[in-house]
Design a protein around this ligand. Sequence first.
Ligand code: GDP
Ligand code: MG
Length: 440
Amino acid sequence: ITKNLNEAFSAFRIGGKLTEKNIRDGLQQVRQALLEADVSYDVTKEFIDKVAEEAVGDKVLKSLDPTEQVVGIVYQELVNLMGPVDHSLAIKRNDVSVIMMVGLQGSGKTTTCGKLARLLKEQGHRPLLVAADLQRPAAIEQLRVIGEQIGVPVYSEDPKTSSPLKVCQNGVKQAKKTGDADIVILDTAGRLHVDDELMAELEAIDRKVRPDQALLVCDAMTGQDAVNSAKTFNEALEIDGVILSKMDGDTRGGAALSVKQVTGVPIKFIGVGEQLDRLEEFHPDRMASRIMGGGDLQTLMEKAQREFDADDMERQQQKMREGKFSLEDFRNQMRKVRSMGPMKEIMKMIPGMGGMLDAADNVDADKEMSRIEAIIGSMTMDERENPQKIDRNRRNRIAIGSGCDPTDVSQLLKQYDSIAGMMKGMAGGGMKDQWKAMRQ
Ligand code: GDP
Ligand code: MG
């Protein structure tokens, strides 16, 4: 999906100037990318309609950078589609809290019970796992092994004489009586498909044990099926949150995008591996940036807006047009870029750049910029404004002052000459264009 979306975004940029037709064509590709990621037709349609409503109009077309705006709108709508999320688990302060885990067979319930218990234990809680899956003979043993691995007790009863409801009731009773646990996690049974028997069993537990939190585990690999079963579970049980398991696998991402929209229930956690520490809080904004190319677009846009205020940019552009862009201006702009963070971090936030960086391993960008700063710093103000005055003598002095080689100084002056020339030719250009160039 990321690759497809990136293609869609480059479609927005084709031809330089953004027109309403460009936007519509680009959105058509975004639509295709979503459908290919196994997002349902309805969710996709609603999403595209919403983005189109905001993106097609004078406000965007007349803005400084329409492409940036459209990308921003898509990002924001992705975040809205998956959020907001409240990660809390309705844990009581002075009483035993009960979390009921439900889901289809094989979705990852038992594993996720272990992951959650481990997480809660790490936070200082004392969880108790309850083996309420009497459907499969090996289920109790599986939970026992997991409990042992993380040092969490497991409550179970003989499946021949007990029932799922009884195990849950007795498990909670024991936690309350002994005071050994403050959170009880119920590992219920699943079925291959949603059926009446399963729902009746879960509804009975829900009614009689009154869990504080019902969490549904869905297998992300099953795409739209996961979303459809989530809808059914929610209609019967009113679940509080979804845990999307197997997000580490080769999933197409569709389930993550659709769950909230289809069920109204947010994804609270994602499972990203079989190991018991592979559970993460789900953050719609992070997921959206991941989908849009691994970069943290939003942060970057905010930073850029903060650092380059419009007035200052206009002043710099005026200077450039007049050919008055000095080494001092050059240093100031470079400082602004650097104040946004380490070069490597900045580049990572630009979609598509992350990969390039890894390939080129361009870690020396910061060092290079520090060197340039030092050289300019060793010049007098007059030299910065009028670099043509720098002769061999002055050059050697600057080199000594900045701890560089005289050839480094010459090289910088040469670079400046070509940049200054380029800038003069760039009518109405400036930082904004450098910025665009960086993004491509
Ligand atoms: P249950 O039938 O719903 O209780 O599912 P299980 O907890 O037994 O898990 C079924 C299979 O999915 C097991 O092989 C787990 O190791 C695997 N599994 C669970 N969660 C994840 C996950 O987040 N990532 C991966 N790769 N595998 C998982
Ligand atoms: Mg299980």
